[in-house]
Design a binder for this molecule. Structure first.
Ligand code: HEC
Ligand code: HEC
Length: 266
């Protein structure tokens, strides 16, 4: 009953956290923690231990859920994971579901952030992530190349140095949620240049480009065999309740109909 017990102890610690002193918050604290974590020597073995908490939601494989409620984090650049963790725990990115689990009392300090990020980066990625409807992929490719490749790479591989996330192979619904939150400013740690770039995107271009991105395959050395299970967590109990802690995301807006010119009678 590995997962259940760690989940229950997680809840216990959560209650403790609410009476503990408030930790440092804000973009500057997050920036300092990222800087520090990037210079520490990371230990994947220790990271595995920290990952027990993360596995409750992101699953032992780090693949998240196809409905996009929980993102895939497996294979992500260590620098990106570090930055997102530091931002989430300093309240520089809102994630009320996950934040209590990132408190120093729960997951540890900057060293543990570096360790768990190294562990996650080395996990092979989901070969069956959630993808979009697949109706507008040519356009998606064009939009991607003109607007995204500069920062996220030709193949969606991201840029570790610039902490630009790898976005290929991510669940489509997660991509849509983040894209919308970045555009509207709800995701406060977004890249200012990206916000400017996507501000005037039409719904059609957004859906097309994110569908295209979700279908970009991870490279052979980063992808798992279908059906792979993380052998580090042999006793993990995959009961569905573990993944129902937040409400489902709102339903997707319908795809705008294709504009077809009516045929003029000759
Ligand atoms: C209680 C559930 C829960 C737990 C436990 C949890 N997470 Fe998360 N995590 C989430 C949710 C939900 C999101 C997406 C939030 C959103 O939509 O912005 C997320 C997002 C993330 C992201 C951002 C991914 C991206 O590409 O934007 C990272 C990185 C991450 N989690 C790492 C971790 C790590 C490392 C741990 C363990 C220390 C952990 N999470 C524990 C629920 C959880
Ligand atoms: C000027 C550089 C830049 C451009 C152009 C850009 N992005 Fe980004 N994007 C970033 C950075 C940097 C982040 C991470 C910001 C942070 O949280 O630290 C990001 C985050 C994201 C995320 C959230 C991913 C995650 O795992 O949390 C998505 C999705 C995304 N970008 C998609 C796109 C798409 C699609 C385009 C093109 C239409 C695009 N971006 C254009 C730099 C850029």
């Amino acid at each position: 009953m590995f997962a259940k017990s760690s989940y229950i102890s997680a809840l216990g610690a959560l209650i403790l956290c609410t009476v503990s002193p408030i930790q440092a918050q804000g973009p500057e604290e997050a920036r300092q923690e990222v800087e520090k974590a990037l210079h520490l020597e990371a230990d994947k073995e220790r990271g595995k231990k920290v990952f027990e908490i993360c596995a409750v939601c992101h699953l032992p494989e780090g693949w998240g859920t196809v409905n996009g409620l929980y993102p895939q984090i497996a294979g992500q650049h260590q620098s990106v994971i570090i930055k997102q963790l530091a931002d989430i725990r300093a309240l520089n990115r809102d994630n009320p579901t996950m934040r209590p689990f990132t408190s120093p009392q729960m997951m540890g300090g900057t060293q543990e952030i570096a360790d768990v990020a190294a562990y996650i980066e080395a996990l092979p990625m989901n070969p069956n992530n959630g993808v979009g409807p697949g109706r507008d992929l040519e356009r998606g490719k064009q939009v991607y190349e003109a607007n995204c490749a500069e920062c996220h790479g030709d193949k969606g591989e991201g840029n570790a140095k610039e902490h630009a996330p790898m976005i290929k192979g991510q669940h489509f619904h997660y991509l849509v949620r983040q894209f919308d939150w970045i555009r509207t400013g709800k995701r406060r740690n977004a890249d200012a240049k990206m916000v400017k770039q996507i501000r005037h995107f039409s719904m059609r271009d957004e859906m097309a480009v994110l569908d295209y991105v979700s279908r970009l395959r991870p490279s052979a050395d980063k992808i798992a065999e279908p059906g792979w299970r993380n052998p580090d967590f042999p006793k993990f109990v995959r009961f569905p309740g573990a993944q129902m802690q937040t409400p489902m995301p709102p339903p997707m807006p319908p795809m705008p109909p294709r504009m077809e010119r009516p045929q003029r009678p000759q």
